[in-house]
Design a binder for this molecule. Sequence first.
Ligand code: BGC
Ligand code: BGC
Length: 667
Amino acid sequence: MIRLFTLCVILVQLIACEPESAAGTHDPDAWPALTSPVPINADREARIDELLANMSVEEKVGQLIQGEIKSVTPQDVRDYHLGSVLNGGGSFPDLNKQATPDDWLAMADAYYEASVDTSGGRAAIPIIWGTDSVHGVNNVYGATLFPHNIGLGATRNPALIRRIGEVTALETAVIGVPWTFAPTLAVVRDDRWGRTYEGYSEDPEIVRSYAGEMVRGLQGELGADSHLEDSKVLATAKHFLGDGGTTDGDDQGDNPTEDAELFRIHGQGYVTALGAGVRTIMASFNSSRGQKMHGNRFLLTDMLKGKMDFDGFVVGDWNGHAQIPGCSNGSCAAAINAGIDMIMVPQDWKAFFESTLEQVTSGEISTSRLDDAVRRILRVKMEAGLFEAGRPSSRTYAGRSELLGSAENRAVARQAVRESLVLLKNNGQVLPLDRNLDVLVAGNGADDIGRQSGGWTLTWQGTENTNDDFPGATSIYDGIREVVTSAGGTVTLSASGDWTDKPDVAIVVFGELPYAECFGDRRHLNYDPNDPESLTLLRQLKADGIPVVSVFLSGRPLWVNPHLNQSDAFVAAWLPGSEGAGVAEVLFRGDDGEIAHDFSGKLSFSWPASVEQNVLNVGSADYAPLFAYGYGLTYADQGEVADDLSTDIGDSTFVHQPIAAGDSCAE
Ligand code: BGC
Ligand code: BGC
């Protein structure tokens, strides 16, 4: 499919057509005319004019470049005038997973000092550091980790989303980083996609109702004194556009929809994000009707910056420009000409600097395009107060390590965990549980904070973590032990489900191993082939006559009919993050024997009835899910789910092989 398409692109280039002709005709009318809510400040623009007038071409080109901290030294920042750095997933100062806020700040200070060094007459332009705080400041040891977005989608609670944004901003401010690459506004249409969990929903309406709130939480309310002050960070709406709609859920693949559909489904979150004043937007790896988004001038420049009046800056994704025909990691005038203002070029930034310089000199990139890109970057840096903020370590919340993973912040995450749980089955009203029972806690996810946190957790893939990597966090087992032992019950933890005295109930926590991006792409949604042991375990417990409560950890709805059949109750817990204790608070009654927290989560993704239902979205023709969008039982519901759901697995037997470490997702 993709190869065929590449061929088409080459053919189109050979016959010298506009790339748009491969992509079909664009429809400007499909896109809304918006007005930027961020007031243009004349003094600020004058200050930018003055800077631009005095900057050398080298200084301007440097502003457009974002390298990765492993490949950029402070001296590089000084020598090449680099405008930005990022730390990628699993990248920390000194390669130290346990880096402290002071370690992060020391590095941030060194980059900052280099960027404002005026020796030799250069302009002092503070560097901007971006990080993926996508479920809390998730690269930082000891941080509060929120449920991934798929779980937040189930809460249906935009006010909570905003609160999560505030906490995430605050904890990010502790390490002195003023910019996060979040929120992800993907509207996920095929759950085989490895990034499904980064999306709030398959339904554009939920994404639309959350996007603006998350931006407000991260940046503050436009016009308020607190807007972009020291406890806030800049947000990034990503990935523009159509990331959740690729054919077969292929990560970085092609989204084939026409403009009207592209906007109606995939564009909705951007409307409210822009309305809340989001200042950076990340271009997507995917193509739109065959054209890579990084080279899509119509969408990036004509629609986003033109018709939709976006006057912040567009940042590229990790070497995303290199996927444009004719480009490489180290050279890509086409991306800049299409409208990318800042290029994320983690390692090959030096080559990119040199080639861009040449392209500006030769006129391939016009001076006006260069100046426009620099202007946008300077504007956002000024709006964020970076020119006045001083060294990162001098900012109000910098180094306040007591705020990282504070009790108050964890309480917000715990609330999110409770509200994200979706009760799919509760036959015989086995839930809620009394606290004074003898409980067996089993399954591969029962006591595994890494597994319950998913990808983008300390490491990029979320793998190679142990419970010791999460000081202050709780596993799901920890929470169960706490409530049960405090009420005189007993708890046995055994991943494999062994017991000596027959328990009153078994809580089996199982689910997907962590993954990120293309590493999570799947051929089918049948859960079992990758974890046959869990079904065996459920069967065994059932055969022993023990009531079974399944708690399922996953980054997407998966076909689990066999597991549902073996479970009295079944909870979709998604990827709850560091506060596993929130699960027990819902499964068990309170101290007083009353229901303390009922289930309130509702599916924001449809749950498949058969292994063929890869594309299963509310509102589509022939919609026949097992559990529909919006489904979610409460303790008041008496309905029973059949115990003999079809277990026909068709040809979904493929066992997903992990991609070797060191591989990347680039095609
Ligand atoms: C991802 C982005 C992320 C970036 C930086 C890319 O591979 O697609 O979502 O922000 O890396 O880590
Ligand atoms: C980085 C990620 C990035 C990915 C892109 C990884 O090495 O850590 O942040 O998204 O590469 O392929």
